[in-house]
Design a protein around this ligand. Sequence first.
Ligand code: MG
Length: 417
Amino acid sequence: MKQQWVGLLDCNNFFVSCERLFRPDLENKPVAVLSSNDGCIVARSQEIKDMEIPMGVPYFQVKDILKTNNAVVFSGNHRLYRTISKRVFATMETVQNPIEQYSVDEAFFYFFGTEEEARQQILMIKETVEKEVGVPVSVGISLSKTLAKVANEMNKKTTGLKLLDFEEWSQINLSYPLASIWGIGRNFSKRLREDGLISVSDFLAADPGRVRRLYGVVGERIRQELQGISVLSAKNRELKQSIMSSRSFGKETIALSVLEEAISYHVEQVSYDLRQAGACATKVAVFISPSRHGDFVLQSRYGERDFLAPISTTRDIGVIAIQLLRELYVTGVPYKKAGVRVSGIQPFAVQQLSLFTPVAKKIPDPLQSTIDVVNRRFKTGRIHQGFLEGARKYSAIANQQSPAYTTSWGELPVVKA
Ligand SMILES: [Mg+2]
């Protein structure tokens, strides 16, 4: 019998796999990737997981264990990961179209067919991506996104393929913890536990009216998904409410110029993300704060400003953010952290203009689009707004980054024959 299936492709240990793609000597060796500023572990090879080093742990805490075990540690090389990610999805689309990209290394898809056809399909997707791109992937398929996620996890360490049908799911959900279900975060699972709901089957057995009353639409949707009814749809992907970029300084600073550099850097980040999402914002916020320990703890400052019209260019957002910063800045305070947030986000297409909007701006701004294209292409010699000159100096600490194998002529991998 033909039916609708929902599948999920997930790259295994993605960042690590990207690094290994260009360093085959690292196969079967412990490899870890660090977050920006080399702060925490954000990707682990199986060997690292086997050492029981948890995800997200601060690097300095595990530095010694890693060294003793001859682990190879990389600073995140996100430009590399993004290009590999694009290859993965472009390749996947040659055998499965459309797909719905969910994150840098995951994509959902819908497949209509018999169980046998679904099994063949996930095998084909896995084989094609692994052969043509070279990173290992797992593909799970079931009746809803939430269950596809469950399926995907099931054989990750073995075949990397799993079809989870309703019958098998009804068996295993008796002991399947709600806390491990996609979309049930720590707070939600705590509430469920307090209400006596531990396993998926507890939740499915609960009175639907009660579920709705206690946990609202979100609870109801998760419940339907767990029943194998696909309700998390593909199309209405909502825009984020806000986009933020912030970071702590390596060392505290009292210098306005350093803060200006930091804010410029964050403006570049948020406005770029905004444009990538095909959106513009109506509000920008700037915040600066001293260390949470010490005499200046109450000197955190936050300021917000509305734009006359929705904007997305680095230049326009930057001018206002720097003005805000100068108003917030207090001489002599040792600042430890700074950040920028844009909100009131709306798509380019349905901009609401205010009555007082001077002239409707051409969006996307042609100059800005050109700058974005150039900056996407070249890692070095990027174009910056004049007043954002400092941003370059402020970019992340990344002491152990692998070369830009895929994006810079100067750093192509060398092949010896
Ligand atoms: Mg993954």
